[in-house]
Design a binder for this molecule. Structure first.
Ligand code: ADP
Ligand code: MG
Length: 730
């Protein structure tokens, strides 16, 4: 029996495993595994509590002696929940999370066993940095790494089976100060945006003292039966299928989207949602996505720093809980050819400490002008730094999705909807006229009443846009489903901060020359609308016409990661990141290097898996069938039957033989190209070679012949689960 038939027989057909959920109300479990400020109040002295809140709310430093009090409070709470170990939890540049568990248990000098957790252990740890990607930083700076407590993200308890571990969110840095993770730069970008945005807000409202970027992500994923996944080495090793013929029924009936959720998956969803609630992840929606076996979940938005932690935590929770249900979650951007891939829309906005969403059109002329200011500054930022934003979402796996016909193109453009387009055109049309005479009209722009119209307009047409305004937030839709949102969010917050800084400088200059504040603001807004106009696009982003139009407009269209990444290390990029205090030049160069290396390794692994599958699964199955055909034909010949009666078999034999030969030849040629690529010295050259010579030249070609064989070879001989089984059996 092949692994495939075995797997098909082992699919837990409809075998629902009920999740162990106590109580019906979500509020009953929400945040129970999180050391929230409310919990902290119970476990900490007044002094320790005050110091912790000041740090969480205002970024104040916590001194060592107080840290020790906080640490013992945390331990007391954690132990009351059965926790034995703690770990610094961080997000190295691998893209996943890292943890190294230590027990509270320790031996004192005299041999007494006690449990302890000291302030020093809470504040700082020294994981061995050499095993994490560092892009040469370590070699250059002889830097060991350390992880440092980030009080702004609350500690939480991870349960694996009966084991419980207290996780302390940390940032990961080299001893010389360079950041080696995704979180430290994000926090710097958030701070830089805060400063820039508060200055601009104060033109309109003096009471604003803090502006925080908010993020609400939407996570798409596939759910496949575990037995079937285990019989597909490509899914196990690459997270996507490198071969597979599109089944007769795919997504063409459009019967999956928003359809009823299969019961087994529903049980899994409730289970991982419950685990997420305990961890304080505010999940809100769940539904079927367009492709068969594809789903989505989304939380209520949060401060970007917390939302990033929650997303990365959720991906981990989902994958672990799936195992309990004998399911596998595929987070890859394109697990299956021919049907939709998965993205992770990043809904982004700005919130003030006075409770205002800066990207929600206001109710009064004055707040409308404030909205328009932030709205136009965001568009201008995306226009000026589209290439860096594109680079922030570049990865080997997202390359399979971007520009494919269900995903936004690799061209960055902004969709704002019909009504706001009118508003922008209106402002622009007054170029040359003095705002003094017009300002009444401009300031009375009646935005709030047009919102319903705006939303209807948007839901229909913005699907194809990589960066769309959706009523009260921007939605960055080109982010891949496997991505850590921290990187695109770092870039977005940085470029908006930079643009706002320039904006206030220009406004100040005009005010100094004697303009009234509102008039000065309108003038700069107008200038920004004119200069960033070419980034606005309302049409169908999937169309060929848009590619041509974008080229005419001079918008970059970088389809592959190795070249898209160049934008991270241009003079422009170095300047904007350095000036805003996000990355040093060395950090940028290191990150560029790391991303290239990740790309090379991913493509290399896929190429190897393709070779293995072709050699060990595809060709042997096809040869067996070829032999059967040969036997059959020679018997027919022996029986002296006229050839016209077995012309079909002869054609089949010829086709099967041709495809076998093609698979064989191309796999060998691909191996040779890999050797050439491996001998290249520089990562960029090597990544380009892997893209152009290995992937582009051979992946589709090999797949074409393999998929042809899948259609021809006797089903009983085929060893890999087919798409129709992977996608429809559960
Ligand atoms: P859709 O699925 O049509 O894109 P939803 O209403 O499901 O829209 O919202 C998508 C996401 O947008 C949710 O995660 C939600 O929390 C988020 N969101 C809503 N308002 C904001 C905001 N002000 N800032 C950031 N994210 C937001
Ligand atoms: Mg959305």
């Amino acid at each position: 029996m092949s692994l495939r038939t075995d797997a098909v027989n082992h699919v837990s057909h409809g075998n629902v495993i009920s999740p162990d959920i106590k109580g019906a109300k979500i509020t009953g479990v929400f945040g129970e595994s999180v050391f929230t400020l409310k919990t902290a109040r119970e476990y900490l002295s007044d002094e320790a509590y005050k110091s912790l809140t000041a740090s969480v709310r205002g970024g104040k430093k916590i001194d060592r002696s107080v840290a020790s009090q906080i640490a013992s409070g945390m331990r007391a709470w954690a132990e009351s929940k059965g926790v034995t170990h703690y770990t610094h939890w961080f997000q190295p540049l691998t893209g996943s999370t890292a943890e190294k568990h230590d027990s509270f248990f320790t031996l004192k000098g005299d041999g007494t066993a006690i449990e302890e957790f000291e302030g020093a252990a809470l504040i700082q740890q020294e994981p061995d940095a050499s095993s994490f990607p560092n892009g040469g930083l370590r070699a250059t700076f002889e830097a060991r790494g350390y992880s440092a407590w980030d009080p702004s993200s609350p500690p939480f308890i991870i349960e694996i089976g009966n084991g419980k571990t207290l996780c302390i969110p940390t940032i990961f840095i080299a001893y010389t100060g360079e950041s080696l993770d995704y979180k430290a730069p994000l926090m710097k970008a958030v701070e830089s945006l805060n400063k820039a945005a508060v200055t601009v807000c104060n033109y309109f409202d003096k009471n604003v003292t803090k502006v925080t970027p908010t993020l609400g992500w939407e996570q798409e994923y596939f759910v496949i039966d575990e037995a079937l996944v285990n019989a597909r080495p490509d899914l196990v090793q690459c997270g996507r299928t490198v071969f597979g013929f599109t089944p007769a029924k795919g997504q063409q009936l459009e019967d999956h989207y928003f359809g009823s959720i299969p019961e087994r998956v529903y049980a899994f969803m409730r289970d991982f949602e419950n685990e997420s609630y305990k961890l304080g992840i505010p999940l809100r929606t769940r539904h079927n996505e367009v492709a068969p076996a594809q789903f989505e979940c989304a939380p209520i938005f949060e401060e970007v720093n917390i939302a990033v932690d929650h997303n990365i935590l959720l991906m981990d929770v989902m994958s672990r809980v799936a195992k309990r249900h004998r399911l596998v979650v595929l987070l890859h951007e394109k697990p299956f050819a021919g049907i939709n891939g998965s993205g992770k829309h990043n809904n982004w906005s700005l919130a003030t400490d006075t409770g205002v969403n800066l990207l929600a059109p206001g109710k009064t002329p004055k707040t409308n002008l404030m909205f328009l200011t932030f709205f136009v500054n965001t568009i201008k930022a995306v226009h000026d730094y589209a290439d860096i934003l594109r680079a922030s979402i570049a990865s080997a796996s997202n390359d399979f999705r971007l520009g494919a016909n269900e995903a936004p193109p690799a061209i960055i453009s902004v969709f704002v909807g019909e009504y706001l387009t009118k508003v922008l055109n209106d402002v622009e049309s007054r170029v040359g006229t003095k705002f003094d005479e017009q300002d009444e009209a401009i300031l009375k722009i009646d935005l709030h009443r047009s919102i319903p119209e705006l939303l209807i307009d948007n839901t229909d047409r913005n699907r194809t846009s990589p960066f769309a305004f959706t009523g009260n937030k921007f939605e960055f839709r080109a982010v891949g489903s496997t991505a850590n949102c921290a990187l695109p969010m770092t870039v977005l917050n940085t470029i908006v901060a930079d643009t706002l800084n320039k904006f206030s400088a220009e406004v100040e200059a005009l005010i100094e020359k004697g303009d009234k504040k509102e008039i000065a603001i309108m003038q700069v807004i107008q200038k920004y609308i004119v200069s960033s106009k070419k980034i606005l696009f309302e049409g169908d982003g999937y169309s060929e016409a848009w590619h041509k139009e974008a080229e005419k407009r001079g918008l970059p269209n970088l389809k592959t990661t190795p070249v898209a990444l160049d934008a991270m290390v241009t003079e422009k990029a170095k300047k904007v990141f350095l000036e805003n205090g996000i990355y040093t030049h060395a950090e940028l160069e290191a990150r560029h290097e790391i991303e290239l290396e990740k790309y090379i390794k991913k493509v290399q692994i896929e190429a190897r898996v393709m070779g293995d599958l072709a050699t060990n699964h595809i060709i042997p199955a096809a040869i067996k069938y070829q032999n059967e055909l040969l036997k059959n034909v020679s018997l027919l010949r022996e029986a002296a039957l006229p050839e016209k009666l077995y012309k079909g078999q002869l054609t089949l034999l010829k086709d099967v033989s041709t495809h076998i030969q093609q698979v064989y030849e191309n796999v060998h040629a691909m191996v040779e190209e890999r050797k050439v690529a491996n001998n290249l010295e520089h990562s960029r050259e090597k990544a380009i070679a892997y893209e152009a010579k290995v992937k582009a030249q051979y992946f589709d070609k090999i797949r074409y012949h393999v998929d042809k064989l899948e259609q021809l070879v006797d089903d009983e001989l085929w060893t890999l689960p087919k798409y129709r089984e992977l996608l429809f059996l559960r």
